[in-house]
Write a protein that binds this ligand. Structure first.
Ligand code: ZN
Length: 223
């Protein structure tokens, strides 16, 4: 008498599990198709009167940031994500405005694109990701550090660049005023001649984009 009952219960559990999996898979596909639930803000740093850092090869950070951001946005849209750029052209946008936009749109993730620079050291090179440490604050979302590390790992894989690590930053507006996991990808050093030239090249920009996308996909799969 006991065995059939256990079998029935087991069968019901397995059936429930299958139904849940189907439901989850379906809602994930619908979300992807309509671009709902996964709004990603891509934020090209600086712009207009604020050129950012100026490269050793005279490149402007603001232009490289915009180039990479546009490539990233295009690729993400092709994958079905809804993407909002904080600027589309060479214009000045206040950092508070950038964070407010992301909060208003209830974005899932905020990705800011920048390039690095150091004075008096033309050797420094590599990729770094800045994030807000999770603690009691506006942006106390578990996942900031995970997002930063995941993106960094994948960008390093695709670019073979030097690892400059993930760095906690509490002082940056786009990180401490955003309500969602947010990070700044410092794509490389414009104070290093080789890296400055790479950062201007479409091929290298695409490698950075590949890495960010792979990192994002991993991050969404963890969650
Ligand atoms: Zn910058």
């Amino acid at each position: 008498m006991k065995m059939p009952r256990i079998r029935t219960i087991l069968f019901m559990i397995i059936l429930l599990f299958i139904i849940l999996q189907l439901f989850y898979g379906l809602s994930f596909l619908i979300g992807r198709f309509f671009g709902t639930g996964n709004i990603i803000i891509v934020d090209p740093g600086h712009g207009g009167k604020d050129s950012g850092t100026i490269g050793i090869n005279n490149s402007f950070e603001k232009n490289i940031n915009l180039d990479i951001s546009k490539k990233l946005s295009k690729r993400l849209k092709l994958m079905g994500y809804k993407v909002i750029l904080t600027r589309n052209t060479d214009e000045y946008v206040d950092n508070n405005q950038r964070a407010n936009l992301a909060n208003r749109k209830k974005a899932k993730v905020f990705i800011s694109i920048h390039c690095n620079s150091v004075e008096n050291n033309s050797n420094a090179n590599g990729v770094q990701v800045l994030y807000y440490p999770s603690e009691k604050n506006n942006n106390d979302v578990p996942g900031n550090e995970l997002l930063a590390q995941t993106i960094l790992d994948e960008v390093l894989k695709s670019t073979k660049a030097n690892n400059k690590g993930i760095v906690e930053r509490k002082d940056l507006i786009v990180l401490n005023q955003t309500n969602m996991p947010a990070m700044i990808v410092e794509c490389g050093f414009l104070s290093n001649e080789d890296e400055a030239n790479l950062l201007e090249a479409n091929k290298y920009q695409n490698k950075i984009v590949d890495g960010i996308i792979n990192g994002l996909e991993n991050y969404f799969n963890y969650k």
